[in-house]
Ligand binder design. Sequence first.
Ligand code: MTE
Ligand code: MO
Length: 324
Amino acid sequence: MLLKFPKISEVKSHEITPENIYQGRRSFLQDSARIGAGMAVAAFGLQSPEGRAEAGSETKALENIIRAGTFDTDERPTSFKAITTYNNFYEFGTGKEDPARNAHSLQPRPWTVRVDGHVENPGDYDLDDLIRPHALQERIYRMRCVEAWSMVIPWVGIPLAEIIKKLGPTSKAKYILFETLKDRKQMPGQRRRVIPWPYTEGLRLDEAMNPLTLMAVGLYGRDLPNQNGAPMRLVVPWKYGFKGIKSIVRIKFVEHRPRNSWRVLAAKEYGFYANVNPEVDHPRWTQANERRIGEFRRRKTLMFNGYADEVAHLYSGMNLRKNF
Ligand SMILES: Nc1nc2c(c(=O)[nH]1)N[C@H]1C(S)=C(S)[C@@H](COP(=O)(O)O)O[C@H]1N2
Ligand SMILES: [Mo]
């Protein structure tokens, strides 16, 4: 059965807010899940050329999303507006509102992803070929930036483990290196060397295979807006936000721990693991609490951002103060 959602053009204008459309889709997904239907294969939505974030923009709803539910937080999602207008994407400037303002120059289709290193199926993949075999899932995750603000984001994506299994890492592969696009024309912020370009990040293979780790292609039931890392970005909800590398063009399977941009820049401040840990402060500020965007009071930060049951075993026996 294919799930169908109202096209934006079919919804009355006063109803067009991303949250309304999303809530409607979501209750529909819940009904489908209850009656055991709806296991549709991903058919890909279209990205508007501008990737604009406003309500009622051309950005199309993704068509067939499976509601996973397993790891969803029941906390209220942050508004679409805040998610898409307050974030970091240094390729478009270092201000929090710069990505939304400047990311229109990014062209998320066509998009090629290089897969190389210790892997059975290396090659240059068209993005759609890389993701088409997989079903899209919705995951509502708490996200925690290293700068002590947080959000709740309804992501759409594919568990990274599924993609990795298809690519077939060999026994030498112990880590994965990810790289963002490097192109000054599309990413004007790269004209300044605020961090080493291209932005790179890495995960240990078992972290990458953890069921929580998502390769996101959308949020709020739509294609990813450019400023959130179109067309494909990593989501690792138990780690600080900078691990969630955006606009990925390379996935390399490697034997040794890869460099990550923020660590190259300031190794004392940004570790490789970057697990959310209220007990290990950033050298310049506390990590014990956080400001949820849209709220005034501060909340206590949770170990592993509240995902300890799912991921603590990955680090058993490790000193998390040394391996921060
Ligand atoms: N390529 C790239 N990826 C990036 C960044 C960046 O500057 N460049 N910023 C990171 C940081 S610090 C955060 S908090 C998240 C914020 O974006 P989001 O709100 O869309 O998750 O993106 C991460 N991914
Ligand atoms: Mo961040």
